[in-house]
Design a protein around this ligand. Structure first.
Ligand code: SF4
Length: 207
């Protein structure tokens, strides 16, 4: 049985240190904010967007639906955790609409996975990370099948491939607001063409 209280109680002593490590791992390309997991919005309708209209990678990876937890199960899992790191990489919209997005998404997966490892080393041994995009497209596009979905198969990229944040119905617009990044964008309006900049998001649950 999961000891919710002990998970929650250990979730605050070294978080500032973890943020500094995360910023080093992100090497200037990420924004990191500590948020309460109770502020993470989960919506079934957003998770359903993986299958209606169907995503090209639906069912092709162990890190995508229908092989990952449902939004309800994810919401229940969030109860184990008190804090999370919200992580954002700003990306030109033109990149998001081209194959260039795969380079940035791979980087995001690598960054959140490294932060997850750093959190575990700090004693948050139940930390888990999630990142935008299907690992089938990002890491295994040249392979016909996800190896983890084959009999007794193991992931080809266990060090970096992480579950798709979209799969759980995480509302990234709310995440943006919770992390204070919406106001960030407003303050940059004078110098940046807002319409030309998008973002991709990751989460590291600290526990
Ligand atoms: S083998 Fe690993 S990286 Fe490749 S699609 Fe499956 S889960 Fe993703």
């Amino acid at each position: 049985m999961i000891d919710y209280e002990s998970h929650i109680n250990k979730s605050n002593s070294r978080i500032d240190e973890l943020v500094q490590i995360a910023l080093q791992i992100g090497a200037g390309i990420i924004d990191v904010v500590v948020i309460s997991t109770s502020d993470i919005s989960i919506e079934d309708d957003l998770a359903n967007m993986c299958r209606e209209p169907i995503c090209a990678f639906y069912g092709l990876s162990a890190n995508c639906p229908p092989y990952v937890s449902s939004p309800t199960e994810f919401q229940n899992m969030l109860r184990i955790y008190k804090y999370a790191l919200a992580i954002k990489i700003d990306v030109p919209i033109g990149w998001l609409n081209s194959d260039d997005r795969l380079v940035v998404m791979r980087l995001l997966h690598e960054i959140v996975a490294d932060i997850e490892r750093a959190a575990i080393e700090l004693g948050y041994t139940n930390s888990k990370s999630f990142a935008a995009g299907s690992c089938k497209e990002i890491f295994c596009n040249k392979h016909l099948r996800c190896r983890l979905l084959t009999d007794n198969g193991v992931c080809r990229h266990p060090k970096y491939a992480r579950p798709a944040i979209e799969a759980y119905g995480v509302n990234v617009h709310d995440l943006n607001r919770t992390a204070g990044w919406s106001s960030d964008q407003n303050s940059r309006e004078a110098t940046i063409d807002k319409a030309s900049i998008g973002a991709i998001y990751g989460l590291v649950l600290i526990g």
